[in-house]
Design a protein around this ligand. Structure first.
Ligand code: SAM
Ligand code: SF4
Length: 396
């Protein structure tokens, strides 16, 4: 089956699905210039799950469906990027600092200082982000479902411009609530799970009974027809083969569309703690491929490989932009540097400051949080007790 993702006189992009796998073809005068992007995206595409709903092809929760206006905007943005103009593809708004969990790794730790953005202020940020060219808006926190007006915030996003996603600990996804989210136009839910073992998950997140609630929440989300993923942050203690196999079975049983594995980052409460070794990363990639072969379809995806320098490179301040609960703008959730506040400056102006900064206007060799200059000059000089994100101008 063929899906036309982009169709202009300069470029035609077609996704063909055969045996549960998508393949990309491009035609038109711009096609030769997209060589590298095409190769990389083509290689990544092979590992993405596919689901056809109506006349649309869903790939990962990381991308808008095909065909759709948001996907077209995403392609336009890649063409502009190949020509040297960067706009963010995804804007993540941390809509609240509140959270009922106490996760051992929480990156949002210390990020909730100051008054939360109001509903109208978030509406304005959404409008500005759409104006900048984003094709996906993600609602996070803290725990986004604790914010009473979340359905209204989702409703505000122009669905002809961007898809919407909620990343949640999943405890409050009751039948009624997910129906409201669906009615508000929500496209994707990603539920965070840190272990397929009930006690381990509850202990890591500091909430007894969480795993059972989350399992119910995932069922409700799948039943409501929202494309539902599980976001699994791999750390040295939870990435053994047996554990991952159990995660795959759990996701399959619940009808989860995608088990997305990302890696733990030494930020927030995980600062200074153990991260994955190279061998563990490679083992996860091998596991992903083996599961795809065994099942005859992709279910497991990994996000960390995408950010490697031989793939797309770090997303911070290039494809990603983050807004803290009080409106501070950061290049990434793991790089707690503020380049300005949306209450005082336009998002486009703040984005321009990120893009012009020496940490972000170069070809990334590593993720910014691994960049020795970031570690020495910036992270190393943030006062320990300071609220985050920390103003960049105090460190430059
Ligand atoms: C900060 S949480 C906010 C949304 C929601 N409360 C949740 O837990 O899904 C977003 C995602 O970041 C992940 N996360 C938190 N700390 C992290 C860290 N140090 N490294 C990598 N991912 C982390 C969480 O597991 C979760 O999947
Ligand atoms: S990771 Fe999410 S659920 Fe856990 S403490 Fe942080 S915000 Fe809360």
């Amino acid at each position: 089956m063929e899906f036309v993702a982009y169709d202009s006189i300069l470029l035609k992009l077609i996704l063909e699905v055969m045996d549960n796998r998508a393949r990309m073809q491009t035609k038109g005068p711009l096609s030769p210039f997209l060589g590298k992007v095409e190769q990389k995206f083509g290689a990544y595409l092979k590992n993405l799950p596919t689901e056809i709903r109506g006349d649309r092809l869903y790939l990962s929760t990381a991308f808008p469906p095909v065909p759709s206006k948001p996907f077209k905007r995403l392609v336009t943005s890649q063409i502009k990027r190949a020509l040297g103009f960067h706009n963010p593809d995804n804007l993540t708004i941390m809509v609240t600092e509140d959270c009922q969990c106490h996760c051992e790794h929480c990156l949002a730790h210390k990020m909730g200082q100051g008054e939360e953005l109001s509903k109208n202020e978030i509406f304005d940020v959404i409008d500005q982000a759409l104006e900048l060219g984003v094709s996906q808006i993600t609602f996070e926190g803290g725990e986004p479902t604790l914010r009473k007006d979340l359905p209204k915030l989702i409703e505000h996003v122009d669905k002809n411009k961007a898809t919407t996603m909620v990343v949640t600990n999943g405890q409050y996804l009751t039948e009624d609530y997910v129906r409201r989210l669906k009615e508000s136009g929500l496209d994707y839910i990603n539920v965070s799970i840190d272990s397929p073992y009930l006690e381990e998950h509850d202990e890591f997140r500091g909430v007894p009974g969480l795993f059972e609630d989350v399992t119910e929440g995932i069922k409700n989300s799948v039943d409501a027809g929202i494309l539902t993923g599980v976001l699994y942050i791999a750390r040295p203690g939870n990435c053994h083969r047996e554990t991952l196999e159990r995660m795959v079975n759990y996701c399959e049983e619940l009808g989860v569309f995608e088990l997305m594995i990302d890696k733990i980052v030494p930020s927030g409460r995980w600062m200074g703690k153990d991260v994955l070794s190279e061998e563990q990363e490679e083992e996860i990639i091998r596991f992903q491929k083996e599961i795809a072969e065994e099942k005859g379809k992709n279910l497991v995806t990994n996000f960390f490989q995408l950010r490697r320098s031989d793939f797309f490179g770090c997303f911070a301040g290039r494809m990603w932009c983050y807004v803290s609960p009080s409106g501070e703008v950061m290049p990434c959730m793991h790089v707690p540097l503020s380049f300005g506040n949306v209450r005082k400056e336009k998002l486009s102006k703040i984005w321009g400051k990120i893009r012009g900064h020496s940490l972000f206007n170069k070809k990334p060799e590593t993720c910014v949080y691994e960049d020795p200059i970031y570690k020495e000059k910036y992270l190393g000089h943030m006062p320990e007790d300071a609220p985050l994100p920390y103003p960049i101008e105090k460190l430059d």
